[in-house]
Design a protein around this ligand. Structure first.
Ligand SMILES: [Zn+2]
Ligand SMILES: [Zn+2]
Ligand SMILES: [Zn+2]
Length: 360
């Protein structure tokens, strides 16, 4: 029996957010998965009705901004027609005893990623992906500058119906809120706690560990060495400035994080050279996922330093990153009821398969 055939069953603690645990249970990988057709690629059948296709610009709100070349627009940012948050409302949030609300104020915008309706991310050119992420960066900057009340702009992408994508034309979204979203807040606070104890950024520490190829796991009770693991095995893709890592405590079977190798908390500080290398690493990472999974449906989202994070040292302790979460299983009552994530593919095995995938 080879190592990857042996079922893994263990609880792993997320090193960045220790309150979050993942149950790695590979024997459960035998469960049938819900079959989902991947989104159609290069499907032109609905170009007449697609609000995001070229020629149908009248079907969306007007451009907030756009990137164009001689052939027309390449990327457009427009208001979301069905925003989850709206314009300023009068008055404060309602308070109904224990049921509290906060104001639903914020922005919800759509970024039309490409003029090609069905193009997958890994089929876009690296220069286009760099342009796309620079469009995110510029818009985030504008929003923070225009409204000091906004504390966070979350950029995300839902690709495919299994990931909640409702319009097949490739697009991403941003939601700007006057509060820091809970997941970001926990990462920022927990990485600050690590920084306070150890004097360094936990993300930098994890990257260093991955690049030195060894980590030691200690028994919590006795403090004795339980085993040594090859941490380099979690590196899936490496560029000059960015790295794609399969997290040790991955919540999702094929989850990957892309981080700058040099410490930087704020995505807004990414330079043109950073964007170019990031785009190459992301494109190759998505190509690996596609090669292994064959038509991957996923969410990705950007985690960066909040605007006014509430601490002076957060710029030293936090480290921006993109989380890519392919959706290959559906959370069950156990996950929803317990808060545990259940991952049925061992992260070591997933990383190896992704690394060995043959891509252009
Ligand atoms: Zn379209
Ligand atoms: Zn760092
Ligand atoms: Zn994160």
């Amino acid at each position: 029996m080879t190592q990857e055939d042996q079922p893994v069953r263990e609880i792993r603690i997320n090193p960045v957010v220790p309150g979050e645990s993942v149950l790695i249970a590979t024997a459960r990988g035998m469960r049938p998965k819900k079959a989902e057709d991947p989104p159609p690629r290069d499907d032109r059948s609905c170009v007449e009705t697609c609000p995001f296709c070229r020629g149908n610009e009248h079907m969306t709100p007007p451009d907030i901004s756009s990137h164009t070349d001689a052939d027309g627009w390449k990327i457009r940012i427009v208001e979301n027609l069905y925003p989850v948050l709206g314009d300023d409302r009068d008055g404060q949030g309602l308070s109904l005893g224990l049921q509290q609300t906060i104001d639903g104020y914020g922005r919800h915008e759509v970024i039309i990623d490409h003029d090609n309706h069905g193009i997958a991310l890994h089929d876009m050119s690296s220069s286009h992906i760099a342009l796309l992420f620079d469009a995110y960066r510029q818009r985030m900057q504008q929003l923070y500058e225009a409204d000091r009340r906004l504390r966070y702009v979350l950029v995300f992408k839902n690709y495919g119906p299994a990931a909640g994508g409702s319009i097949p034309h490739t697009h991403s979204q941003l939601i700007a809120t006057p509060v820091i979203p809970e997941h970001v807040h926990r990462e920022v606070q927990d990485s600050l706690a690590f920084y306070t104890r150890h004097g360094r950024c936990i993300f930098c520490a994890l990257i260093d560990e991955a690049l030195t190829f060894e980590a030691t796991i200690y028994d919590r009770a006795s403090g004795e060495v339980k085993r040594r693991i090859d941490v380099g095995q979690y590196v899936v893709e490496r560029g000059e400035r960015f790295i794609a890592i399969k997290p040790f405590a991955s919540r999702y079977e094929w989850e990957l994080h892309i981080l700058p190798l040099a410490h930087e908390a704020d995505f807004l500080n990414a330079t043109r050279e950073d964007m170019a290398d990031f785009a190459r690493v992301l494109r190759r990472t998505m190509a690996r996922l596609d090669a292994v999974l064959g038509g991957v449906q996923y969410n990705y989202f950007l985690h960066s330093l909040p605007h006014d994070p509430g601490c002076d040292r957060c710029g030293d302790s936090y480290h921006w990153h993109l989380e890519v979460c392919p959706r290959t299983s559906i959370p069950t009552g156990f996950e929803l009821g317990s808060g545990f994530f259940v991952n049925t593919v061992s992260p070591e095995d997933a990383a190896r398969r992704l690394r060995e995938a043959v891509i252009d």
